[in-house]
Structures are given as C-alpha cells and as structure tokens.
Ligand binder design. Structure first.
Ligand code: PLP
Length: 349
C-alpha cells in the first residue's frame, strides 16, 4: 500500500536524523536553554527579518495553539476563527478547555475575510448586551487552511491592517506554513508572515521533523513571561534541545522550502490527474492536500492500493476524500496513483 494519508507518517528527513545522531555523546542544558535552540531561533529571526522576535519550540501544534491563545486572551475574551479552522474543528475543545470560546465565522474555502472580522467586531461593540458575550480578543488563521487553500500576501496584508485597526492581535497557525509558502511560489515569504502577524508557528511535524513546532512571537506586548505559559501548559520539554537540533538542520540551505516545494509539485500532479478524469475537486487547493469528490466505486478502487483519508460523505452518495503528499512523497509513488486514477474512467458509480 502507498500512503497519501497525511504528511506526518514518516520519521524525519535524513538531514534531521543525522543532526540528532551527530549529537550522540554530547550533553545539553535542559528546557531549550542550549546552543542548538539558540542557533535555530537565530536562523528563524534572520529568515523572518525580525531580529526582535521571540522563538519558542513546542512539541505539538495543538499545544502551541492553546498556549499562545490562552496567554493572549483576557478571561472574558474569545478567539475569532473560520468555522473549519483547526482550533474550532479538530482540537477537542482544547481552546475552550483553557476558558476561552472559539468564535466561529463561516469559511469560504477554509478562509475568512477582513469584512467578516470587521462586521463581527462592529456588531459586538454596538450590542447593548455585549458584556453578556465573550469579547473578540484575537484572530486565528491557518496557512495552509484545513482545505489546503493559501492566504496570499495581499490577503494577509488586508487581514493584518484590519486587525490592527480593530486592535486585535493576529495569530497564524503555520503547521503547514512551508507548504503554503511553496504553493505561493515566491509571492509569500517568512518576512511577510512576520510583518503581518503578531505571532505564528512554523510547523515541523508535518514538514520533515520527528516532531516540533516553532512558535514565533513578533509583538513585544505578547512576549512577556511566555516561558512560564509554556511550562504551565506542559510544553517546556526537558529535552528541548532535540527540537533545536532538528529545526537547525531543517532550516539550513533552504531545505525547509525545497521539501515543501517537492510535496506541492507531486500534489499538483495528483490534482491534474483527477481533473483530467472529470473528477471534481472540493476546492481549488494549490498545496499538498487535494480533496477529490469520489463515488463509492472510485473510492473502493483506489483503496485497493492506496491509503487516503475519507473525510466525509456528501449528500449525493459521493465522498469527500483527501490525498496528502509530504516532504517524503516519491514521484514514483505518484506515478502509480496517476495510473490508478486513469483507470477510474470506467467506474462512474
Ligand atoms: C493547521 C493545524 N494546526 C494544528 C494541528 C495540530 O497539531 P498536533 O497534532 O501536533 O497537535 C494540525 C494537525 O493536524 C493542523 O493541521
């Protein structure tokens, strides 16, 4: 079986593993206060053109999200987010468990717009009973989104301007940031993200590391005491140096973006194969996740040789499926999938 199930199903890129192996026999200070974490953080500051930003390494994406969000919000505040956003749909109420409601806005292809944020906040502020509801205190986006779509630089500029005008910090969940940057094909950079957002993550788990996310806090007002917050949320790893070693290797010589680019190239081959067969895609994803709409027969045929996600049944007896490429996907694996997609011609039901 060839897996297109997700982008975190393999160990790590050899350069990352090698960096960990090379450290065999060395002794490191604990809790991320080591030279590898310092060097990786410095590399991130320089990639982002943000010398004053704080960089923290946390083991998981959910943990990074809840730690940042709970640290920013006051007790009566909630976080605005697309109704399909990861914190709203796939984190088991982790944000709510910190005491803060996720305030959802209807998505368009996984995204939200400045007009929606403006409208929500204006209605809240004009409501005589507003003190009976959570106050919007932060905006959450992810890039790529849950549907693999990508916020472009102009879209992020507009969202950032809107949030600043409303005095709301903007947080971008970058569990798949590399895939977003690769899909944007040079039109979006780490420094655009750092300029537009008050805080964001650079994903490692889905981008070639064993595990780990880098949380970057650009807004000095959000930086105070942040390591206390990480520790209280269980994210301050004794062996934090392992994330420093891994990120340092992944961010060397353009490896992060070149791995993401390779995944994107392979995903676009898959997308073209589905459209060439007249099989519709749920949305126009330019990144490593593709969402074809398949009949039960088509799904069963592909499931003979490939692992992929059955996202949900649709009203007309068809299914929304997800094919996900990763930094590790081989062109030969995609060749085999393309052959199988070409054979779907005969299966309509
Ligand atoms: C956009 C996004 N954010 C956060 C997460 C959560 O990451 P973790 O599973 O490491 O908690 C995921 C994982 O699927 C994700 O896709």
């Amino acid at each position: 079986m060839i897996s297109f199930n997700n982008d975190y199903g393999q160990t790590a890129h050899p350069a990352v593993i090698e960096a960990v192996i090379k450290a065999q026999g060395e002794t490191f200070p604990g809790y991320g206060e080591d030279e590898a974490c310092d060097a990786a953080a410095q590399r991130i500051r320089s990639l982002c053109g943000a010398p004053g930003c704080q960089v923290h390494f946390l083991p998981g994406g959910t943990q990074a999200n809840l730690t940042l969000i709970a640290s920013v919000l006051r007790p009566h505040q909630g976080v605005l987010c697309a109704d399909t956003g990861h914190i709203a749909s796939h984190e088991t109420g982790a944000i709510e468990a910190t005491g803060h409601k996720v305030l959802t806005l209807p998505h368009q292809d996984g995204k939200i717009t400045p007009a929606q944020i403006q409208d929500f906040v204006a209605r809240h502020r004009a409501d005589d009973t507003r003190e009976h509801m959570p106050q919007p205190g932060l905006v959450y986006l992810s890039n790529t989104t849950e549907f693999g779509t990508v916020y472009t630089a102009p879209e992020l500029n507009a969202l950032s301007a809107c949030c600043r005008q409303l005095n709301l910090p903007l947080y971008l969940d970058g569990a798949r940031l590399g895939y977003a940057l690769a899909a944007a094909d040079g039109q979006l950079s780490f420094s655009d993200i750092a300029r537009c957002c008050d805080a964001f993550t650079i994903g490692g788990t889905k981008q070639g590391l064993l595990y780990g996310e880098a949380l970057v806090i650009t807004n000095p007002a959000l930086q105070k005491d942040f390591r206390y917050h990480i520790k209280q949320r269980g994210g301050l790893l004794g062996k934090g140096f392992l994330m420093g070693l891994q990120f340092k290797a992944l961010l060397q010589d353009g490896l992060y973006l070149s791995l993401a680019q390779s995944a994107t190239t392979q995903a676009l081959r898959i997308r073209h194969a589905f459209t060439a067969q007249g099989i519709p895609l749920f949305c126009d994803s330019p990144s490593n996740q593709q969402f074809p709409i398949l009949t039960a027969g088509q799904m069963a045929s592909l499931a003979n040789a490939f692992i992929f996600a059955r996202m949900m049944p649709l009203d007309d007896n068809r299914w929304l499926a997800r094919f996900c490429t990763s930094w590790a996907t081989l062109p030969q694996e995609v060749d085999q999938l393309l052959k199988a997609i070409q054979k779907l011609d005969s299966i309509k039901a």
